[in-house]
Design a protein around this ligand. Structure first.
Ligand code: PAF
Length: 282
């Protein structure tokens, strides 16, 4: 595995591989890799000749009061994990390499951002879309792999690829969970021990919602109230949002039908967690 820190070297290496007809699988991450990322790498390894992993904590997607400084980082651990997943190139640029000057052009996402994390994290998806556009130009991937935990991110990047005619196939991969149901996230290490126990209620509340839908409940308000009650009763976390939309359009629904996303975000002392389920109602 080769660690690459400059954009120029990365582009040269990729162009060489592409000239030999090799397919490129790309897994963008902010590091502190967990099993969710390893699942993406594993899938990329199976489906492509060359696997590129990027590790870059992108300042552009963090708000001024968000956890950019506290975001966990451990390059040596990540490097060893990447090596064991048979990554070919680990792209690890500095902030100065990615943004040598304050960006003169930024990508602005116009749709699918006024809901879910978009409404409580203004500018977040512009930052994601900007860095992903840069990565797509640097790595030129055949396929790019994203986890469905960030379902809104997947929807936004689908829009980016389609609107800007970017020749890359987006592969959205299912959420990987701990044994007790908590969705794997690099941020989980920042939960206090009591909060870590309580955090299992996030997925439990989503499962309870799913069970109610299976029994015939079609009123989104009732489902949202039910989730808020379960979380409120069993955790000290503060609910940021619990919302239900059509997926991937992210449009509000008066009655539950078609493919829907039930998504939530809960704030704990040092960390805000998100989770969701996407389900099809017949
Ligand atoms: O999902 C993430 O970790 C980030 O939003 C991404 C896609 C790597 C862009 O910085």
């Amino acid at each position: 595995m080769k660690v690459v820190t400059t954009i120029k070297d990365m582009q040269e290496l990729i162009l060489k591989q592409k000239s030999q007809g090799k397919s490129i699988g790309f897994v963008p991450t902010m590091g502190f890799l967990h099993e969710g990322h390893l699942t993406l790498l594993n899938r990329a390894r199976k489906e492509n000749d060359i696997v590129v992993l990027s590790i870059f904590v992108n300042p552009l997607q963090f708000g001024p009061k968000e956890d950019y400084a506290e975001y966990p980082r451990d390059f040596e651990r990540d490097r060893a994990l990447a090596e064991s997943e048979k990554v070919d190139f680990l792209f690890y640029p500095s902030v100065e390499e990615m943004y040598p000057t304050s960006p003169s052009v930024k990508v602005t996402v116009q749709e699918r951002t006024d809901v879910l994390c978009g409404s409580s994290r203004p500018g977040h998806f512009d930052g994601v879309a900007t860095v992903i556009t840069k990565f797509f130009n640097i790595i030129m991937p055949t396929r790019a792999y994203f986890g469905k935990k960030d379902a809104q991110q997947v929807a936004v990047i689908e829009g980016l690829i389609s609107d800007f005619n970017i020749p890359v196939n987006l592969v959205a991969v299912d959420i990987v969970r701990e044994n007790d149901g908590l969705a794997k996230s690099s941020r989980n290490v920042n939960l206090l021990p009591t909060e870590r126990k309580e955090a299992t209620v996030l997925y439990q509340s989503l499962q309870a919602a799913n069970a109610a839908i299976d029994k015939g409940e079609r009123d989104p308000i009732k489902i949202i109230d039910m989730i808020c009650e379960v979380i409120g009763n069993e955790s000290s976390g503060v609910i940021d949002y619990v919302q239900i939309y059509s997926y991937p359009q992210l449009k509000p629904l008066e009655k539950l039908e078609g493919t829907i996303i039930i998504a939530l975000a809960v704030k704990f002392t040092k960390v805000r967690l998100i989770d969701n389920i996407i389900t099809k109602i017949d």
